[in-house]
Design a protein around this ligand. Structure first.
Ligand code: NAI
Ligand code: 13P
Length: 343
């Protein structure tokens, strides 16, 4: 197997979990982060105590704050920076990129400045067009603990997909391919909205029938939105769609789920976000998606209900009302040819 030089941008939980898998697989990995103390801690103690306190890291993982060197020395760059700062960091590396480098986004969100996916930000800001996205049921703490799971590498470029497999495939981490980059990336971003809804529902102690209906209607809503923007509906049956939706909508390890749970337990949005202390992408995603859905006339009752609750001071009943009193039509219209269906 060829040994690659990889750079992971971002010192958070997911960047660290992925970097650790790749070092264990025998690749040379540097993880770039801005915080010098964190760099020192990882290099001296093999621990990223703020983000993955229970996961000892491989001793050959090199943390660094030298962005220039990390990019120059690598053939593959993973961008694991929250969507809010993603473009800013990509613009910093732009002069260092060459056409042969592979760029992979692991970020599940939208550019907050305009309706745009992370892969679009990469495409707009780099000479290389070898771009991919990674998404799936990938709670970082479980991965770091060696629990088995799978992910999806999506790209139209064969070399990008093969590279991700070579780097990441391991006995506890399976890497599946998909050419539908739009679908995979939208799935990863959109499910965060519904993880908030599910956390909220759980705090309210709803029954399992109710949870199942919320998750299934969430999948329908996500798919309807994504298909409108060119995604393949079948992608939503895979790991990046249903797989990630189940993981994040049921696990207290999900930050988005925890935001919803905190709100359902009586906190306001600021308190809920403050209590997490890590990124919960679903809040920004919700704003972007509800605006876009309105512009395009897309029916998104759960997202609209959550948006009214979080940003307009609506009562919880309005979210429940959105789900229970909307027009009922076809079950899976986004994937079938049922026409004129709204629901
Ligand atoms: N944590 C998880 O389980 C998973 C996270 N993701 C996605 O990965 C992305 C990153 O998430 P996490 O690693 O979990 O985030 P995190 O909240 O654990 O850490 C974010 C990291 O980004 C760094 N950062 C933020 N702004 C920066 C800037 N301007 N310059 C340099 N560094 C900056 C922070 O210092 C921190 O090290 C998110 O979009 C998330 O949706 C995807 C799959 C799983
Ligand atoms: O995307 C994730 C797991 O696949 C992580 O979800 P959170 O960002 O809600 O923690």
């Amino acid at each position: 197997m060829m040994k690659h030089s990889v750079c992971v941008l971002g010192g958070g939980s997911f960047g660290t979990a992925l970097a650790n898998i790749m070092v264990k697989n025998g690749h040379q990995v540097s993880q770039w982060m801005r915080n010098e103390e964190q760099v020192e801690e990882i290099n001296l103690t093999g621990l990223n105590s703020r983000y993955l306190p229970d996961a000892p890291l491989h001793r050959e993982l090199l943390a660094t704050s030298n962005l220039e060197q990390a990019i120059r020395d690598s053939d593959t760059v993973f961008v694991s920076i929250p969507s809010k700062s993603f473009e800013q960091v990509v613009q910093r590396i732009e002069p260092l990129l060459t056409a042969d480098k592979i760029l992979i986004s692991t970020t599940k969100g939208f550019n907050p400045n305009r309706f745009e996916l992370m892969s679009d930000v990469l495409r707009r800001n780099s000479v290389t067009q070898k771009i991919g996205v990674l998404s799936g049921p990938n709670l970082a703490k479980e991965i770091a603990a060696g629990q088995m799971t799978g992910t999806v590498i999506a790209s139209a470029n064969d070399q990008v997909r093969q590279r991700a497999i070579e780097l990441l495939k391991s006995p506890s981490f399976r890497v599946y391919e998909n050419r539908d980059s739009t679908g995979v990336e939208l799935a990863g971003a959109l499910k965060n909205i519904y993880a908030i809804v599910c956390g909220l529902a759980k705090a309210l102690n709803v029954g399992e029938n109710t949870m199942s209906m919320i998750m299934t209607r969430s999948l329908a809503e996500m798919s309807r939105f994504a298909v409108h923007f060119g995604a393949n509906p079948m992608t939503f049956l895979g790991l990046a769609g249903m797989g990630d939706l189940i993981a994040t909508c049921t696990s207290p390890l999900s930050r988005n789920y925890r935001v919803g749970f905190a709100i359902g337990s009586g906190q306001n949005l600021d308190e809920a976000i403050g209590g997490i202390g890590e990124v919960a992408e679903g809040v920004n995603t919700l704003k972007m998606v509800v605006d876009e859905a309105k512009k395009h006339g897309l029916y998104m009752p759960l997202a609209e209900g959550l948006s009214k609750l979080l940003f307009e001071g609506a009562k919880l009943e309005s979210l429940i009302g959105s789900m229970m009193t909307g027009e009922q039509k076809w079950d899976v219209e986004f994937a079938t040819s049922e026409e004129n269906s709204n629901v």
